[in-house]
Design a protein around this ligand. Structure first.
Ligand SMILES: Nc1ncnc2c1ncn2[C@@H]1O[C@H](COP(=O)(O)OP(=O)(O)OP(=O)(O)O)[C@@H](O)[C@H]1O
Length: 268
């Protein structure tokens, strides 16, 4: 079964955010601007504490920017809404619901609510795509961390938002599970192209997953550079050990160590 995928484009237009007042005020985001065209996977990397989560939260509508605006398909974001769905680092799934019910739950909250039989069909599809069919009736506590994140991803895809937002979704997983999850995410996104904004600490993860990597400066976060990732089509972990990949990773890591915005006009 193929489903019409509900995807859209994202624009960040001069987004700025300060927290606190007076001498205690901290500017976290400064004139952040970039586009994520429909169906593109963009990863955001930046030094620790630079404002990556704040950036994602402004797109989610959890945090209001002080200046600038965020547009989803040309419509300004004024708060949280069904056009965007966030996958967090912690397993934001309900412990008292089975895997299937967790996946169906997100769909029940949508304004454009689908009939129960259709919700079930869609849940079946994502159970299958995320390798969860055998665990459909299991409770989350019986699952490993990786499997629980699979449920969170399946639920986000099933909700069918225009934009998927992911905030370090694999950070709590061990290295091997993290690699498996990266491949699982690439696979599902290969089958169903979505617009994704993915925040991560790991440059390697960003390059491996994304079409483009937005490199942020140290706080206040500005866009230092937007780096296109040259590989198209299916990616496998061996890619990470190729000279081209390692060179790109080193380049981005060097930018992060520099940590300061490039002069005006050089930002992408
Ligand atoms: N609600 C808030 N009130 C005040 N300060 C805040 C608030 N939210 C975030 N900050 C501050 O903004 C800065 C950026 O935080 P943020 O979590 O966005 O960075 P990050 O790049 O995601 O960090 P990390 O890489 O460590 O996860 C931090 O100094 C943080 O303390």
């Amino acid at each position: 079964m193929t489903t019409a995928v509900n995807t859209g484009g994202l624009t960040l237009d001069g987004v700025g955010k300060r927290f606190g007042r007076g001498t205690a005020a901290v500017t976290v985001l400064d004139d952040v601007a970039f586009d994520v065209p429909e169906g593109e996977f963009v990863a955001v990397v930046g030094p620790s504490g630079s404002g990556k989560t704040t950036l994602l939260n402004t797109v989610a509508g959890f945090v209001d920017p002080d200046v600038g605006q965020i547009l989803v398909n040309g419509t300004p974001v004024t708060g949280p809404g069904p056009s965007r769905c966030v996958v967090f680092q912690e397993y934001a799934i309900f412990p008292w619901l089975t895997v299937r019910r967790n996946i169906e739950f997100g769909m029940r909250l949508r304004a454009r609510r689908r009939p129960a039989a259709e919700r079930r069909r869609i849940a079946d599809r994502y159970l299958d795509l995320m390798g969860l069919t055998a665990f459909a009736d299991a409770l989350p506590k019986t699952l490993s961390g990786g499997m629980r994140q699979r449920v969170a991803l399946a639920r986000a895809y099933a909700v069918d938002p225009e934009i998927l937002l992911m905030d370090e979704p694999f950070a709590a997983l061990d290295a091997q599970t993290r690699e498996t999850m990266q491949e699982a995410l690439l696979e599902i996104n290969q089958k169903e192209r979505r617009t994704v904004l993915f925040v991560t600490h790991q440059v390697e993860e960003a390059i491996f997953l994304a079409d483009r990597v937005v490199v942020m400066s140290a706080r206040p976060a500005r866009v230092q550079e937007i780096v296109p990732v040259p590989w198209r089509g299916p990616r496998h972990h061996e890619l990470k050990t190729t000279p081209e990949f390692i060179e790109l990773r080193r380049r981005i890591e060097a930018m992060l160590r520099g940590g300061h915005p490039t002069p005006e006009g050089q930002t992408a």
